[in-house]
Design a protein around this ligand. Structure first.
Ligand code: ADP
Length: 338
């Protein structure tokens, strides 16, 4: 019994139990219909017997015929009523069942994603801490030359940055969840912000080349910290999912009086069916057991939320011949000409 409850809780038995209940309810409805039709037949039989006792068909054939017609009509009306009511019940039942099934599936999927998230986050939290600890212990224990020391310190800073990004993402996700997130807007030189942010990431990345083509003098009223998170999420994703040595491009330009901000890579790309889903909370493409790149599935969820708060949109397109283009469109900005 305990095992059954456990299976129910974990969602494994929900579908069979659900299908059983649905079939049982439909069969009960059909049986109810059969009983009503039988009852209707009986009523017609009694009415006919009663008619035969009341009116003699040979002496009053006209009256008998009229009464007989009324009995048949009543039976037809009952049949129509039962079929109509049955069909409406069945329709309500099926629509309800479909809605419940959708809700259960959504719930189970979310549960699974949260479980994956917990596993991934635990690993993501532990691995940078372990790496930083090891690096610091090595520096303390051994007499290393300056170059090696620098290497270890750089590595430690990289790991703490990863940790910092993850913590920011988790905190922000919980703020968005409870609608507590507010932007601290200010007028900022967005071109400079993007250039400085990309330069900073480029400086600590030795696996990829990051190229920028940023139109200067673009100002907008936005939240500096949030926009930095968007840049970091998109570029860090490209670094994470794209083969080493390839180029990542960060572009900012005006098109048709709109501001376009693109992060382009030449990686594996994102399959058509996944393009919308990657923006869902905790969603990660593929299977948790086979996936090698670690993550929380929060980055793009937050990115979209932040861009929406800035009254913008984000879409993902295919890059040619391969790779991904994340394109953000913002309408509220001003461009200064030199
Ligand atoms: P995380 O990176 O923590 O898994 P994200 O929300 O940032 O979460 O990304 C969701 C998913 O989208 C990732 O798991 C990855 O499969 C896919 N993805 C994101 N960026 C890229 C990219 N540049 N190239 C290929 N796949 C990507």
């Amino acid at each position: 019994m305990r095992r059954v409850f456990h299976k129910l809780e974990s969602g494994k038995m929900v579908t069979p139990v659900y299908i059983f209940l649905l079939i049982y309810t439909i069969m009960a409805l059909v049986w109810w219909g059969v009983l009503l039709f039988r009852q209707s037949d009986q009523i017609t039989g009694y009415e006919r017997e009663n008619l035969a006792m009341r009116i003699d068909s040979t002496q009053q054939p006209m009256q008998y015929h009229l009464a007989e017609q009324r009995i048949t009509k009543n039976e037809e009306l009952r049949t129509f009523k039962f079929l109509g009511e049955g069909a409406i019940f069945l329709l309500i039942l099926l629509v309800g069942a479909w809605l419940v099934y959708r809700a259960i599936r959504k719930q189970l999927k979310l549960q699974q994603q949260q479980q994956n998230f917990l596993m991934a986050v635990t690993h993501e939290l532990k691995s940078p801490i372990a790496a930083a600890k090891l690096n610091l212990e090595t520096i303390r224990k051994r007499k290393l030359d300056e170059e090696k020391q620098h290497k270890l310190i750089d590595n430690t800073i990289r790991e703490t940055n990863r940790l910092d990004q993850l913590c920011n993402n988790i905190l922000l996700a919980s703020q968005f969840e409870s609608d507590r997130n507010q932007l601290f807007r200010e007028d900022l030189n967005f071109s400079d912000l993007l250039q400085a942010g990309t330069d900073e990431i480029e400086a600590r990345t030795n696996s990829h080349t990051i190229v920028t083509d940023i139109q200067p003098g673009i100002w907008l009223n936005g939240d500096k910290f949030m926009l930095q998170i968007v840049l970091s999420n998109l570029v860090e994703n490209a670094i994470k999912y794209v083969p080493k040595g390839t180029e990542i491009r960060v572009l900012l330009f005006e098109k048709d009086r709109l501001l376009k901000w693109q992060v382009i890579d030449a990686g594996p790309g994102i399959p058509a069916g996944e393009k919308d889903r990657i923006f869902q909370k905790f969603y990660r493409i593929g299977n948790e057991n086979t996936r090698s790149a670690k993550g929380s599935g929060l980055g793009l969820f937050l990115t979209r939320k932040i861009i929406e708060q800035h009254n913008g949109t984000i879409v993902v397109k295919d890059n040619a011949p391969a790779g991904t283009i994340f394109e953000i469109t913002l309408g509220e900005y001003s461009a200064q000409t030199a």
